[in-house]
Every structure is written in structure tokens, then in C-alpha cells.
Design a protein around this ligand. Structure first.
Ligand SMILES: Nc1ncnc2c1ncn2[C@@H]1O[C@H](COP(=O)(O)OP(=O)(O)OP(=O)(O)O)[C@@H](O)[C@H]1O
Length: 384
């Protein structure tokens, strides 16, 4: 079983002055597709290169299939890597390129190797290209060949380093589906690095978000989206970005009130949150654009003004006066007058609250509905 387990992995450069990856622990199950995402320089490639054996960790360990491979040479690890720049040998044909990896990693005869290349080429729909040189191929074809060259080796673990970055948007979408299909069909464990959060969210069974060399959160894409562990993650996944409002906390016995620090609003949370806000005076509230609702009667909402309406097909983006780039994503049927006041509300479950000092989410892992139900369950039974 090709599981991958990273334990306390650390990599520094420049005699320890630059920490590229810091204390990273992560595990990938057999057949799982993990996407690793984060801004430029956050340590994605370095992590992948340590798994491949192309970079030696400063400390920590890498295990593949339960075996510690931290000190194992790259060629002896059963992994294949696909790069952004294809890394094909220019003077070899497609057949030569695909066969070369097999020659290095197996003791198959030449005829057996060529047969295996032909089978893979057929599966990848590139059999017509076998006698071509890389210079004769389009970007998309080159990437299929690079993928085929990795697949033909039948590795246990597939590593992808931004493999689709050089392709146009349409081809990228096609190749995403193709890679997922192959990974699923061949039951391969895959680790896929990208800086594109949408790619990471749509392709991964599991997503790992890095920033500044540190793992910020890992989990199923929907869980990470619905319950970000900190403000960085909340803002990084999802487009347009999560809206954020500064607020001060009024924690009273009958509930928590958040008052806008820069915008004029109040927002009441149920007493389920009382413990969470104990000793906290200031917070940052995060609300995703699709979680902003335009209120009907105006009695419980927050009053604001619509600055701009941007139609995006089935929905409208309303740019609201609550803060810079505060966007509500509403049905295209909702077209309030620009410059006029409207009332908006957010569902309590959709409000994320971050500690401005640490960025950590104070509402992470809280199921308000469940917490609210708990005291009721303990209440005195009523006589009947
Ligand atoms: N060989 C090296 N020598 C010195 N510094 C390096 C080396 N490789 C990477 N770094 C540094 O380590 C940090 C992490 O780099 P890495 O390439 O892993 O980031 P990344 O998330 O893959 O970025 P990108 O998306 O831009 O490729 C960066 O600050 C980078 O400059």
C-alpha cells in the first residue's frame, strides 16, 4: 500500500537562515489525491522534492508504504514526478522519452519496454506521436507525454509540481479531468502541488494549505472551505475572497453582540458562543459572499449601501459599503438600486470569527446548533 507519511519535516537553506519548510507532518492514504496549495515561496516545491528524494530534509522523516525512505536515493523510491516544464529529452522521440524511465527503473527487455510504452500511449491517446520529437509537439501534447512517461513506470506514488501552469485555461480544465481519471483508474497515490486554489479545491480528495513553510490546515476541501482554521485559510480558499469586518465584542449573559469597529453595525450571536469569546475584546468577522443575504423586512439586518452591481450570469455581485471589497453574491433577480440603503443578514453558522492577534479562528470546530441544543437537553424537564 503506497501511503505517504511526512513527520516533522523541516528544510532550511542558507545555513539555516531561510526556513523553507517548518515542522510539517502530513499523511496521504493509498489511492488518495492530495493537493498542496499556498502562495509563491511557501515551500510547496521543496516539500515535493523532499518526498521525491531530490532534496534532503534538514530534519524529520519521509515514509512511503510504511518504509522510512528519508535516506533512500531518489531512483530507489517508487515515485514518479511530473513537472511544469515537462522535462522531456529534446533529442529523443516520444517513444525514447517514455522508454528511458523504464530502462532506468526496471530490467525489462527492449521489446517488453516498447510494448509497455505502446500500451500506455494508447491509454493516453498519444500513440500517433510516438516517433515525434518534443519540438514537434504542442504544449498540451508535451504534457501528455510527460504524464505518460510517469505512468508507464507504474509508480506507487505520483508527484505533480504545477504540471498544468503552462497550458491555456481550456486545456488545463481538460487535463485536470484526465489526471483525476488516470489516478482513479490506476489506483495511484497522488500529491499535486499548485498555487491555484480552485485547482486544489476541485482536484483534491484532501487539501493541504501552506503559508510561510508551515501547514495551515489539512482536510477535505469542503470542510476546509466551511470551517477554516484561521483567517489566512479563510481568505485563501474561495473566490471572491471571504469578506472580513473588524468588530468589538460585547459578551453578555443572554448572548454575544459584535459591533462594527469601522463600519456601523451590530450582529447578535446566540449564547452558544459565550465561552468562546470570554476575555476577547476585538475580533475579525469573516463572511463568504454567498452567505450574505438581503433581508426582507429590515428588522434584524445590518443597514448598508450598494456601491456597484456586477452581473455574473445566474448571480449578481453586490459591492457593499461595509468595507473595501465587501461582496454579497445574490440571485440575479435581486437588483437593489445603486446608492440606496439595503438590509443584509448572515446566518450565524456562516459567520467565522478570527482572533486579530493570532489569526486563529475562534469558531473553528464549533457546531453552534449542537452547542445551543446542549443546554436545552440538560434543562429541567417540564411537568406534563
Ligand atoms: N535551492 C535553494 N536554495 C536557497 N533557497 C531555496 C532553494 N529552494 C527553495 N528555496 C527557498 O525556499 C522557499 C520555498 O521555496 P519553494 O520553491 O519550495 O516554494 P513554492 O511554494 O514552491 O513557490 P512557487 O509557487 O513560487 O514555486 C523560498 O523562499 C525559496 O526561495
Amino acid at each position: 500500500m503506497a501511503t505517504v507519511r511526512l513527520e516533522n519535516l523541516r528544510k532550511t537553506f542558507d545555513s539555516g537562515r531561510l526556513v523553507a519548510v517548518d515542522d510539517l507532518s502530513l499523511s496521504v492514504d493509498h489511492g488518495e489525491f492530495l493537493t498542496v496549495v499556498g502562495p509563491s515561496g511557501c515551500g510547496k516545491s521543496t516539500t515535493l522534492r523532499m518526498i521525491a528524494g531530490l532534496e534532503r530534509p534538514t530534519s524529520g522523516s519521509v515514509a512511503i508504504g510504511g518504509d522510512d525512505v528519508t535516506d533512500t536515493h531518489a531512483r530507489k523510491r517508487d515515485v514518479a514526478m511530473v513537472f511544469q516544464n515537462y522535462a522531456l529529452y529534446p533529442h529523443k522521440t516520444v517513444m525514447g522519452n517514455m522508454e528511458f524511465g523504464l530502462r532506468m527503473s526496471t530490467d525489462l527487455s527492449k521489446e517488453e519496454r516498447r510494448e509497455r510504452v505502446r500500451e500506455t500511449a494508447e491509454m493516453m491517446d498519444i500513440e500517433e506521436l510516438l516517433e515525434d520529437k518534443p519540438s514537434e509537439l504542442s504544449g498540451g501534447q508535451k504534457q501528455r507525454v510527460a504524464l505518460g512517461r510517469a505512468i508507464v513506470r507504474e509508480p506507487d506514488v505520483f508527484l505533480f509540481d504545477e504540471p498544468l501552469s503552462n497550458l491555456d485555461a481550456k486545456l488545463r480544465t481538460t487535463m485536470r479531468t484526465e489526471i483525476q481519471r488516470l489516478q482513479d483508474e490506476l489506483d495511484i497515490t497522488a500529491i499535486y502541488v499548485t498555487h491555484d486554489q480552485e485547482e486544489a479545491m476541485t482536484m483534491g480528495d484532501k487539501i493541504a494549505i501552506l503559508d510561510d513553510g508551515e501547514l495551515q490546515q489539512t482536510g477535505r476541501p469542503t470542510d476546509v472551505y466551511d470551517d477554516p482554521a484561521n483567517e489566512f485559510v479563510g481568505g485563501f480558499v474561495g473566490s471572491p475572497s471571504m469578506n472580513v469586518l473588524d468588530a468589538v465584542v460585547d459578551n453578555a449573559a443572554d448572548g454575544v453582540t459584535l459591533r462594527g469597529a469601522t463600519a456601523d453595525f451590530t450582529y447578535d450571536l446566540s449564547s452558544a458562543y459565550a465561552d468562546v469569546f470570554e476575555g476577547v475584546e476585538e475580533v475579525r468577522m469573516g463572511i463568504r459572499p454567498e452567505d450574505v443575504r438581503v433581508a426582507g423586512d429590515g428588522s434584524t439586518g445590518i443597514t448598508t449601501t450598494v456601491d456597484v452591481i456586477e452581473p455574473i450570469g445566474s448571480d449578481n455581485y453586490l459591492y457593499l459599503d461595509l468595507g473595501p471589497e465587501f461582496i454579497a453574491r445574490v440571485d440575479s433577480g435581486i437588483t437593489p438600486a445603486v446608492g440606496e440603503g439595503i438590509e443584509i443578514t448572515f446566518d450565524e453558522m456562516a459567520v467565522h470569527v478570527f482572533d486579530p492577534r493570532t489569526g486563529e479562528s475562534l469558531t473553528y470546530g464549533i457546531d453552534a446548533a449542537e452547542s445551543a441544543a446542549h443546554p436545552a437537553a440538560e434543562a429541567e424537564p417540564t411537568a406534563d
